[in-house]
Design a protein around this ligand. Structure first.
Ligand SMILES: [Cu+2]
Length: 393
């Protein structure tokens, strides 16, 4: 890649990330969060200082993005692009105590062009059931799972599904390899409780994953999981796109060389840049939340962290039989791996979900846990007002 193209890429990341952080600094009410965000802002500023002349400052960029939540592709006639972002609340509730049974899982490979950010860019995603991540599947230890896999008629490519919860060849990938319009299936017994990734395993597998073909399946232990007030479903992925001409907006093509070089242009939580800022996780002070967090990848380990919070419990590497880790600041989640974290919320605020390899937050990998409720000065109290009136919306 030419160095001026690289600068253009950096510039665009910097602008977009500055917009996201600026929006959230304006909204934020937790000083602990402000401090941490400011630290991220310093990173952004450091990158910004290295940019060549002609760099459009964040003020101009923020002006360009007024009302960006509803921004669609530039041409007035263009239909609003599809939205593949799966809300973090889109998961089934706990399984009531019962004996083993057969559970039907239906997955469809769907290729769809959809919003990759709020700046008017789109990307051709490959998905399970039209969302990233794919649907959260929930079964119980000892259940028999019957998977029906369909590759949509209008797909261009072969697809399949490999469940990491499967004991059997390819996790089901061979049994479900289908051409467009075909349907195949298989059954497996959920022998091992845990939080498991599933993904398309059609070569080049890294490409099918990067395009969005990943999800989680939870195999609940026989005895179930402790009750919490809210459960959320979040997955991290990497996308590799070619650079556009400066100022251009619209479809972003995949950059296969970047994929091979493991140099993503976008890090995403639930499919698109800043998606979980638009669709935040919400809870109240005093509540307990559980986050099932997986990494589709395809390549990068996530240093999963919630700014301004501490995980009370972590199921290391998604193992539900291990003794949970307690009081964890940041937990590693491998590509093709997952975890389950729990937090009791003591103070209100907007807590940022990040991969603490924080350059990635500047490339879209950032979300919000929005906690409402009364201040809790015993736990946190600022010496001065949290934000000047001019910062408030
Ligand atoms: Cu695929």
């Amino acid at each position: 890649m030419e160095s001026n193209e690289r600068w253009a890429a950096l510039k665009s990341y910097f602008n977009e990330t500055n917009r996201i952080f600026k929006e959230n600094l304006n909204r934020i009410v937790t000083p602990k969060g402000i401090k941490a965000l400011a630290a991220v802002g310093v990173l952004g500023a450091a990158l910004g200082q290295g940019l060549p002349s002609g760099f459009a400052g964040e003020e101009q960029h923020a002006a360009d993005h007024k009302g960006s939540a509803t921004l669609t592709v530039a041409t007035p006639q263009a239909a609003k692009p599809a939205d593949i972002v799966l809300p973090p609340t889109a998961l089934p509730g706990p399984i009531a105590k019962r004996g083993p049974k057969t559970v039907e899982v239906n997955l469809q490979a769907v290729e769809v062009t959809a919003k990759i950010d709020n700046a008017g860019n789109t990307f051709n995603y490959w998905t399970f059931n039209g969302t990233v991540p794919g649907p959260f599947e929930r079964v119980r230890e000892g259940d028999t799972v019957h998977v029906t896999f369909t590759n949509a008629k209008d797909s261009m490519l072969m697809h399949n599904v490999d469940f990491h919860a499967v004991t059997g060849p390819g996790g089901g990938a061979v049994a479900t390899s289908t051409m467009p319009g075909e349907t195949k299936g298989f059954s497996f017994k959920a022998l091992n409780p845990g939080v498991y990734v599933y993904h398309c395993a059609t070569p080049p597998v890294a490409q099918h994953i990067s395009r969005g073909m990943y999800g989680l399946i939870l195999v609940e232990p026989k005895e179930g999981l402790p009750k919490v007030d809210h459960e959320f479903y979040v997955m991290q992925g990497e996308i590799h796109t070619q650079q556009q001409q400066a100022g251009a907006k619209g479809p972003l093509n995949e950059d296969f060389q970047r994929l091979m070089d493991e140099m993503p242009t976008h890090y995403v939580f639930n499919g698109a840049s800043g998606a979980l800022i638009d669709k935040p996780l919400k809870a109240k002070v005093g509540e307990t939340v559980r986050i099932y967090f997986g990494v589709g990848g395809p390549n990068k380990i996530s240093s999963f962290h919630v700014i301004g919070e501490i995980f009370d419990k972590v199921a290391p590497e998604g193992s539900l039989k291990a003794v949970p880790l307690t009081n964890v600041q940041t937990t590693l989640v491998a590509p093709g791996g997952a975890t389950m974290v729990e937090l009791k919320l003591e103070a209100p605020g907007k807590y940022m979900l990040v991969d603490h390899a924080l350059t990635r937050a500047m490339k879209g990998g950032v979300g919000v846990l929005d906690v409402e409720g009364p201040e809790n000065p015993e736990v946190f109290k600022a010496d001065q007002p949290l934000a000047p009136p001019s910062m408030k919306h």
